[in-house]
Design a protein around this ligand. Structure first.
Ligand SMILES: [Zn+2]
Ligand SMILES: [Zn+2]
Length: 260
């Protein structure tokens, strides 16, 4: 263990094998203590798109480069058993093919039996935080449901709760961004880290009000429609809600792959 490290993991990471493809991985902790599997060797940053770069500091893995010409990369970017979530370029594609060949050889010789692919249920899918942090009207809130499952709270003419989602194809959507976790509080300091936030801050004021009232576009303009449920927003507190902090954005093009 590194003497100055807040991590209890070994500084060198713990070597293991990917359960899906059998290739070697190094397991590290992130700043929020969730594990991440990194490809065991460093790569030159010129071969790695910026959003895929990770670096290690005092035994902790951070999702960006550290300015040196070398970086680490999540195994999930290269794992031949997973759908690539981003355009990775010819160098990483070649590396991924090498890993695929090794998986094939291990499987053919019976040295490795792949685990069934991970199931992504709507609530826990890799692309979909079960309780995302949403920013609107200059505040952050912890949502009760994944963004696309946040449901209108209004009562319909038939006295049922409206089934429409707040996120509507006819309206501008928010954007996932990596933003600082927020102010430090009292004695407790959070690791200096970026977190994924579903940001609605660039939407018109009326749209942000609609989101906070948790109404579909139709009920946002229906006068006198009663609400059948309370809006499910909880003011976000980085310490209380640390378990819900995600350090990578769940958008495919952003390439920040969530490991399991
Ligand atoms: Zn793999
Ligand atoms: Zn509605």
């Amino acid at each position: 263990m590194a003497g100055t490290s807040p991590s209890r993991l070994l500084r060198a990471g713990q070597s293991s094998r990917c359960r899906q493809c059998g290739n070697p991985i190094d397991l590290y902790q992130r700043a929020d203590q969730r594990p991440i599997a990194l490809h065991p060797t460093e790569l030159t940053t010129t071969h790695v798109p910026e959003p895929c770069r990770w670096h290690l500091s005092s035994g902790i893995a951070y999702p960006h480069g550290d300015g040196s010409p070398w970086c680490r990369i999540p195994h999930a970017v290269l794992c031949p058993r997973r759908t690539p979530l981003c355009r990775t370029g010819p160098y990483l594609e070649a590396l991924r093919r090498q890993l695929a060949v090794r998986t094939r050889r291990l499987t053919d010789t019976g040295a490795f039996t792949p685990a069934p692919p991970p199931t992504n249920s709507p609530a826990t899918g890799a692309d979909n935080p079960a309780r995302p942090v949403v920013q609107m009207l200059l505040c952050r809130y912890l949502a009760q449901h994944p963004v696309e499952h946040i449901r209108c709270v209004s009562q319909t003419r038939h006295r049922h709760r409206c089934t429409h989602p707040v996120l509507a194809p006819t309206k501008p959507a928010g954007a996932w961004r990596l933003l600082p976790t927020g102010p430090r509080r009292g004695q407790l300091t959070l690791p200096d880290t970026l977190m994924a936030v579903y940001d609605l801050g660039h939407l018109p004021y009326s749209e942000q009000l609609r989101w906070r009232a948790q109404r579909c576009p139709q009920h946002a303009v229906t006068r006198g429609a009663a609400d059948l449920a309370l809006a499910g927003w909880q003011p976000f507190d980085p310490l209380l809600h640390m378990a819900h902090i995600r350090t990578n954005v769940p958008h495919p093009e952003a390439c920040r792959v969530r490991e399991r």
